[in-house]
Design a protein around this ligand. Structure first.
Ligand SMILES: [Zn+2]
Length: 443
């Protein structure tokens, strides 16, 4: 009862009793399967969106597609008092330097940026892909509707912009359509490099690639499960960091994995009907996606996608062979499911964009003692900190303790050997940063 009264007295919509924010439910409800359906339809009607297809036609090819996406972002911006800056970011790829490039072309990404009020240089990025492909990736004229791969991710990204642009956030959000995915992750590489040059502080990249298929080639039909792929530790870590891990742990606790856990937790908290599957690998077996070029430069990034793929509908010319209809066409997409996965992105971004930055310089100690010490540098805008821990075999942060506005804490009676630990910053509105795994040892 006491807690309930505190809850009623809380000015912000965040209620410390329920530990949930009603604005997050509003965001879930605002995502529209109908609008996603309409946008996927429009994208498939450009015939092919192969990166090397026609750029001059107003009705066919990747040029027409990206102009339409840019116009959509600009329309969304008009409805929010110009809250989005919309621009093209582009790089040239040449036939000479790339085996899978049929002719020199500009790789053009469409970027829509919603600036944060408090931390404008901190960005959470949601990406989909503009481009599609036929059976032969070098074939840039044959129809390649790419309804699920990846008009679904693109439409989800546009829809997330519609929904989140109605809210104001402390951190910046970027909605982006990337290009050149199918021939070599060119668009992601270009934007990651651009981000590095601009000094963007990237909280995380949510790469959406195929978020609309519920009928798997394995025969399973499932509109609840989806996958969150994340690499275990950063690819650009130093030898020193690698060596330290042998003694202090962290094999499954890199920055992208923490982002995956955050997404998993937001889903479990606010969309309990969904079954998020954290997959402990960068991407599917031997295959790639647009979060990877960000990971390559040391940015956290994950891939969000359906649980059950259908390979007869991916990277296939439209045809019927032995009674099987091949091709990535509109009618195979499940729009209610694409809506759910779009909502997963939207609430993850909202949570992060309302949260303070993660604590820095997190240290841990406590060897041969019955207590664990944690210390960190405070961050501006946090009201306090949550310490998390879990069994070494658990994928999720199962235990936590709110310790208030302090920069160190001792967990008495807990043996450091038997758990993994992390620290997150908590904002006055209750939203939390991504958990930080300790990066140094204290005595
Ligand atoms: Zn593909």
């Amino acid at each position: 009862m006491k807690k309930l009264i505190f809850c009623l007295l809380t000015i912000s919509s965040f209620c410390s009793f329920a530990q949930t924010d009603s604005k997050i439910y509003d965001i879930i409800d605002a995502v529209s399967a109908e609008r996603i359906k309409k946008d996927i339809k429009t994208l498939t009607e450009f015939g092919t969106r192969n990166t090397f297809s026609d750029t001059l036609s107003t009705t066919r090819g990747i040029g027409a597609a990206r102009r339409w996406i840019k116009a959509e972002f600009e329309n969304i911006s008009k409805d929010c008092n110009n809250c989005l800056s919309v621009f093209y970011q582009k790089d040239l790829v040449t036939k000479k330097e790339n085996r899978r490039v049929p002719h020199d072309a500009w790789i053009v990404n469409v970027v829509a940026m919603q600036k944060g009020t408090k931390y404008p240089n901190r960005y959470i990025i949601m990406s989909g892909d503009i481009d599609s492909r036929a059976s032969n990736t070098m074939d840039f004229t044959t129809d390649a509707p790419g309804a699920n791969d990846n008009a679904s991710g693109m439409a989800g990204t546009i829809e997330a912009a519609r929904v989140l642009s109605k809210h104001s956030f402390e951190n910046s959000i970027i909605y982006v359509g990337l290009s050149g995915e199918e021939q070599g992750l060119f668009g992601g590489a270009g934007l990651a490099k651009y981000a590095k040059e601009k000094g963007w502080d990237i909280i995380g990249v949510l790469n959406n690639d195929m978020i609309g298929n519920i009928t798997g080639v394995d025969g399973v039909i499932d509109n609840r499960a989806f996958r969150i792929f994340s690499e275990p530790v950063p690819a650009n870590e130093t030898d020193r960091q690698r060596n330290a891990r042998r003694f202090y742990g962290g094999e499954v606790d890199g920055i992208s994995r923490q982002l995956a856990r955050y997404t998993h937790k937001m889903t479990k908290t606010y969309m309990p009907e969904m079954n998020p599957m954290m997959i402990y690998r960068l991407d599917r077996f031997g295959r790639g996606g647009h979060h990877r070029p960000f990971n390559d430069l040391g940015f956290p990034g994950i891939r969000i996608m359906e649980a059950h793929e259908n390979y007869t509908q991916q990277h296939q010319n439209i045809r019927t062979e032995n009674g099987i209809a091949y091709g990535d066409t509109f009618e195979h997409v499940n729009f209610a499911y694409a809506k759910k996965l779009t909502a997963v992105n939207a609430i993850t971004m909202a949570g992060l964009a309302w949260a303070p930055p993660s604590p820095t310089n997190v240290g841990i100690g406590g060897g041969v003692q019955p207590a664990v010490k944690l210390r960190w540098d405070k961050v501006a805008g946090a009201k306090g900190y949550n310490i998390y821990w879990r069994d070494t075999t658990s994928p999720t942060w199962d235990h936590s303790r709110y310790v208030g506005d302090v920069s160190d804490f001792v967990l008495e009676g807990i043996v450091v050997d038997n758990f993994f630990f992390g620290v997150a910053a908590v904002g006055p509105n209750g939203h939390e940063s991504v958990v930080v795994f300790p990066s140094k040892i204290i005595r």
